[in-house]
Design a protein around this ligand. Structure first.
Ligand code: LGS
Length: 481
């Protein structure tokens, strides 16, 4: 079939994304309480360069500079996250609320709107109040966690009704697997009992996933029952979404394993949200390790997305394993590879060991999601790349980031084709990231920004070539009428 001219609808929104712990710094300002990331970064060996988000981009003190940057890019929307421990320093439903924290985000939303930039607000981008981890294990305790998250969410729905796009959780897969299985992320629970401080990664991650889903369902119920009608907004969750291809397309077991990989990473959360149950492949492999749904829980979570938030970065070839999976396997008994059986590479290297750009993967995954979940409205809430060796280049070269410009060109083209040719319903695209920032366990060595942040040079922001490239790429294909 001949491909028609790629076009996005007139009201399509594009912009950039960030997250509180990655950019704000100011960890004790105006009464903020510690989060699990403050604690985690203090543990030796956890962050590649031994750094933390204690200063980051100092965005807490530079909101007007960040808004000026957004203006320069021409962005129509900005996705940022709220730090729970700025709003409720100890985190719990009976703990004091911090008016200064609320005032900060309220003003920020007002300032964005005054510039015509639409806020997309994430309630939880991994920085759990440390006290809740200490008090009851955070999401390991579903009753406490769900009640506390519901209270935190309600506090914000009430305080900032001008926000019309709420995202409950960012990538619960990362929170559960990297936080409670591999230990790469806070709070750093691992399966290696020698290095581990607590926990059993063969069950903890699945318990955490279940709690995050229940907390999501609870926040959505609160929003829909108490706020949605008056505020006229919407709420959904953002999930990980990496594309897959069978390592050997002729081998039915690899084909099946590729599907299983999507189920273990995406459908783990999306199936309960759209169908009220876990995928069969997970039930089969994990048995009693996977929590079961009570009818009330399933009813709470089923149908709890006004939109589907998709983060997308990379693709992998998938090879099945025929040996039985170890108890802490979280992938679905398979291997992820960058080279296929016939020797094809999935994409060029980047600074991130897990990231290989492949725009066709984006288009294919959008199609897979749309078919499985009956063509939901999708917001691409993150997409972007690091560049191999970028941090070692002289600044003049960093600013000429043609690799990133080409990355966005390829992905935006794939997106436009998925919408205009394949009929998927993507309505917004937020690139990761507005600026270089604290890249979690990778510290500051990995840069994802369209803006160079000179951490040593007074935090000066230098827009890279890509900062001004994303806008024209979209404006050329968004319908004018
Ligand atoms: O900065 C993050 C971007 C870039 O890398 C953002 O905060 C996240 O929401 C998002 O996940 N992003 C990201 N992902 C890295 C995931 C690491 C996966 C490591 C897999 C090891 C098994």
């Amino acid at each position: 079939m001949a491909e028609t001219k790629a076009l996005l609808p007139k009201d399509f929104l594009w912009g950039f994304a960030t997250a509180s712990y990655q950019i704000e710094g100011a960890p004790t300002a105006d009464g903020r309480g510690p989060s699990i990331w403050d604690t985690f970064c203090a543990r030796p060996g956890k962050i590649a360069d031994g750094s933390s988000g204690a200063v980051a981009c100092d965005s807490y003190n530079r909101t007007s500079e960040d808004i000026a940057l957004l203006k320069l890019t021409g962005a129509k929307a900005y996705r940022f996250s709220i730090s729970w421990s700025r709003i409720i320093p100890l985190g719990g439903r009976n703990d004091p609320i911090n008016p200064a924290g609320i005032a900060f985000y309220k003003k920020f939303v007002d300032d964005l709107l005054a510039e015509g930039i639409i806020p997309f607000v994430t309630l939880f981008h991994w920085d759990l109040p440390d006290e809740l981890d200490k008090r009851y294990g955070g999401p390991l305790n579903k009753e406490e966690f769900t009640a506390d998250f519901g209270h935190y969410a309600r506090t914000l729905f009430e305080a900032i009704p001008k926000v019309k796009h709420w995202i409950t959780f960012n990538e619960p897969w990362c929170s559960a697997i990297l936080g409670y299985n591999t230990g790469l992320f806070a709070p750093g629970h691992t399966s290696d009992r020698k290095k581990s401080d607590v926990g059993d990664s063969s069950t903890e991650c699945w318990i955490v996933g279940h709690s995050l889903l229940l907390a999501h369902g609870t926040a959505v119920k609160i929003y829909r029952e108490e706020f949605k009608e008056k505020a006229g907004g919407e709420i959904g969750i953002t999930l990980n979404g990496d594309a897959v291809y069978p390592w050997d397309p002729e081998d039915p077991e690899d084909v099946e394993a590729a599907e299983r990989k999507l189920e273990f990473s995406i459908s783990w959360f999306a199936d309960p949200i759209y169908f009220g149950r876990y995928p069969e492949s997970m039930v089969k492999q994990l048995g009693s390790r996977l929590p079961t749904w009570t009818p009330e829980e399933a009813a709470l979570v089923k149908g709890s997305n006004d939109f589907y938030g998709m983060n997308h970065y990379t693709a992998n070839y998938i090879k099945h394993k025929s040996t039985p999976p170890p108890a802490d396997d979280f992938l679905g008994n398979l291997e992820t590879l960058f080279i296929s059986k016939s020797g094809e590479s999935i994409g060029p290297e980047t600074q991130s060991f897990w990231l290989r750009p492949n725009p066709q993967g984006f288009r294919d995954l959008l199609n897979w999601l749309s078919k499985r979940y009956n063509y939901p409205k999708i917001y691409c809430t993150e997409n972007g790349t690091s560049l191999k060796g970028e941090n070692d280049l002289p600044i003049e070269e960093i600013l000429e980031d043609d690799f990133r410009v080409e990355y966005f060109r390829g992905y935006i083209d794939a997106l436009a084709k998925a919408v205009s040719v394949d009929g998927v319903n993507v309505r917004a695209y937020l690139a990761w990231s507005l600026m270089d920032n604290f890249e979690w366990a990778e510290g500051y060595e990995t840069r994802f920004g369209v803006t160079f942040v000179d951490y040593a040079g007074g935090q000066k922001r230098w827009p890279k070539k890509s900062a001004k490239a994303v806008g024209p790429l979209f404006e050329a294909i968004i319908a004018k009428e």
